[in-house]
Ligand binder design. Structure first.
Ligand code: AMP
Length: 186
């Protein structure tokens, strides 16, 4: 299994900016815009993702609204695969399947197009499409678990969920419905 070496990890980590108390007091926001703006760091990350996932025999990359779109679409293009957006409620125009998840107060919902991974989630004769899910960060895991469940709900198979960063003290990977790979544990 291909993972990053320490030097490459430091290049990526060093390019991500910490913004204290955003969007509310007590949160340290991990700002990836400075990594996207740093060609060496962004390329180190994309080269690694390409090396790791080219042997997975995937059919699709699914990215979570909105930062997961950036990495997911770039990776899909490198691997010659289709890209599927997992969007917040009310944004997708065609027939959707939805999954709710709890927030600190209340609920949120993510959606996917019903035919995003082929009819009944199958791309080849009756075979479930193999999907990699990607986002920038896993915190409590609520958003990503709902997205991974959605992939299964439309009949496809979520092979792995990949995150650039994992806030491991929040245990977001506990009871996760797919394998989890995080590049930087924080
Ligand atoms: P969660 O559902 O708690 O795992 O939250 C994950 C989502 O919230 C991801 O889409 C992240 O982009 C965003 N997020 C949560 N915490 C942070 C943070 N400290 N810095 C940047 N993004 C965050």
């Amino acid at each position: 299994m291909i993972t990053l070496n320490q030097e490459e990890k430091e290049i990526i980590l060093g390019s991500i900016r910490d913004i204290p108390d955003f969007p509310k007091p007590g949160i340290i926001f991990k700002d990836i815009s400075t990594m996207l703006n740093n060609p060496k760091a962004f390329q180190t990350l994309m080269n690694h993702l390409t090396d790791r996932y080219q042997s997975y025999d995937l059919d699709y990359i699914a990215g979570i609204d909105a930062r997961g779109f950036i990495f997911g679409a770039a990776l899909a293009d490198r691997l010659g695969l289709g890209f599927v957006p997992v969007r917040k409620q009310g944004k997708l125009p065609y027939t959707t399947v939805a999954e709710k998840y709890s927030l600190e107060y209340g609920f949120d919902e993510v959606e996917i197009h019903i035919d995003a991974f082929g009819e009944n989630g199958c791309s080849k004769a009756g075979e479930k499409s193999k999907v990699l899910l990607i986002d920038d960060l896993i915190a409590t895991g609520g958003t990503a678990k709902a997205a991974a469940n959605l992939i299964d709900k439309v009949g496809a198979h979520c092979v792995e969920s990949c995150f650039i960063m994992e806030l491991s003290f929040l245990n977001g990977r506990e009871d996760f419905p797919s394998a989890v790979y995080s590049i930087l544990e924080i």
